[in-house]
Design a protein around this ligand. Structure first.
Ligand code: NAP
Length: 321
C-alpha cells in the first residue's frame, strides 16, 4: 500500500494506491516473510502528514511468517513481529524482526493488541505513569478502543471507579454490559463536559488521555488534588494537526501531573505485564474486541475507518491464515 498524496484533513481512499510488485527470493543471510496480519494504528495518521514517504510501501506493525530462510537465526514457519506492515511479502536480513512464540491458550491476534505493545501501553501508562492506586476515581477516553479498553479494565481490576468515553452506542453498551464500567459517556450524544461532570461525582484521580482537546479540557475541570494525567494520545487532533485546551492552568492549584509517554518508557515492566495480562485474558478478567478487515486492498479503508471510530477494539487487516 503506497501513500500517493498527503491528506490535509481526514484521509480518503484515493490518496492511497495498491501496487503490485515483484518480491525476490531470500538471498544469503535473508528471510522471505509473508505478513499474516497488519496492525492499523492512529499513530499512522500523523505520519501521513510528515514521516511516511510517498510512493513506497507504508510502514506499520505486522505479524508475519517466515516462508523462506537463508538466515540461520530463522526457520521456515517462525512467526515474526515487524514494522514492515502494509505489504504482503518482504525480504529481510533479520534486523528489526522479533520472533514470537504464541501462547497456545490464546488467539494469535491477542499478541497484536492486549498481549502486545497496545496492552503494554495501557498497562504501563495507567499503573506506572498514572501511578494508579486501589479504589481511585478514573476516567479513560476512547474506552472502546484497543488501548483504552485495556486501561479501563486494569483500573477495574484495581477496584477503581471507572468512567469510559466512546463515540458509539454499540461500544458504550459493550463497556457497560460486558466490561462492567461504572459509567459510560457517549461524547456524540451531548457535550463531554456536562456528561463527565455528572459521571464523576467524586472527581477524577487519574485521567488516561487518548483524545486531548475537548476530553482533556473536560477532565482538567474535574481533576482531584494530586491527580495524574498520563497522556497516551491526542486523536482529536491527528487530522487537523491541533487540539488545544483553554484551562491547562487548572493543573497548578490542583497539583496535577500531566505526562506524555510511549510504551518503551517502562520496558522494565514487560515481564510483569506479560504474566499479568496472560492471566487476566485466560481468566476472562480482561475482555477484548477486534475489528478485522480482509485483504490488503482494504488497508486504506481500515485506517480511515479507525479514525472515524468504525473499529470496536483493535483494528487489524488479515492477509493470510
Ligand atoms: P483505538 O482507540 O482502537 O481507535 C481509535 C478510536 O479513537 C476510534 O475508534 C474512535 O473511537 C476514537 N476517536 C477518533 N476520533 C476521535 C475524536 N475526535 N474524539 C474522540 N475519540 C475519537 O486506537 P488505539 O490504537 O487504541 O489508540 C488510542 C490512542 O492511543 C490514540 O490516541 C493513539 O495515538 C494512542 N497510542 C499511544 C501510544 C503510545 O505509546 N503513547 C501507543 C498506542 C496508541 P470512538 O468510536 O469511541 O469515537
Amino acid at each position: 500500500v503506497h501513500l500517493i498524496e498527503r491528506p490535509k484533513a481526514m484521509p480518503t481512499v484515493d490518496q492511497f494506491q495498491i501496487v503490485e510488485t515483484h518480491v525476490p527470493d531470500a538471498a544469503d543471510g535473508e528471510v522471505l516473510v509473508q505478513n499474516l496480519y497488519m496492525s492499523v494504528d492512529p499513530a499512522m495518521r500523523p505520519r501521513l502528514t510528515a514521516g511516511q514517504d510517498l510512493g513506497v510501501a507504508m510502514m506499520g506493525g505486522a505479524l508475519g511468517r517466515v516462508v523462506q530462510s537463508k538466515n540461520s537465526d530463522y526457520a521456515v514457519g517462525d512467526l515474526v513481529s515487524n514494522r514492515l506492515g502494509f505489504r504482503e511479502y518482504f525480504t529481510s536480513d533479520g534486523k528489526g524482526l522479533t520472533k514470537l512464540t504464541p501462547d497456545p491458550d490464546l488467539s494469535l491476534t491477542t499478541h497484536m493488541h492486549a498481549l502486545g505493545m497496545t496492552g503494554f501501553t495501557a498497562y504501563g501508562g495507567i499503573l506506572h505513569i498514572g501511578a494508579l492506586k486501589e479504589g481511585e476515581q478514573v476516567f479513560v477516553s476512547t474506552a472502546g478502543g484497543a488501548v483504552g479498553s485495556i486501561a479501563a479494565q486494569i483500573a477495574k481490576i484495581k477496584n477503581c471507579y471507572v468512567v469510559g468515553s466512546t463515540g458509539s452506542a454499540e461500544k458504550a453498551a459493550w463497556l457497560k454490559d460486558e466490561v462492567g464500567l461504572d459509567a459510560v459517556i457517549n461524547y456524540k450524544d451531548a457535550p463531554i463536559r456536562g456528561q463527565l461532570e455528572a459521571a464523576t461525582p467524586k472527581g477524577i484521580d487519574v485521567y488516561f488521555d487518548n483524545v486531548g482537546g475537548d476530553h482533556l479540557e473536560a477532565a482538567l475541570r474535574r481533576m482531584n488534588t494530586l491527580g495524574r494525567i498520563p497522556v497516551c494520545g491526542f486523536i482529536s487532533g491527528y487530522n487537523s494537526g491541533h487540539s488545544s485546551v483553554s484551562n491547562l492552568s487548572n493543573i497548578i492549584y490542583s497539583r496535577v501531573m500531566l505526562r506524555g509517554f510511549v510504551g518503551t518508557d517502562f520496558m522494565h515492566m514487560y515481564g510483569d505485564f506479560q504474566r499479568d495480562m496472560a492471566g487476566w485474558l485466560k481468566s476472562g478478567q480482561v475482555k477484548y474486541q477486534e475489528t478485522v478487515l480482509d485483504g490488503i486492498e482494504n488497508a486504506p479503508a481500515a485506517l480511515i475507518g479507525l479514525l472515524n471510530g468504525l473499529n470496536a477494539g483493535k483494528m487489524l487487516v488479515k492477509l493470510a491464515d
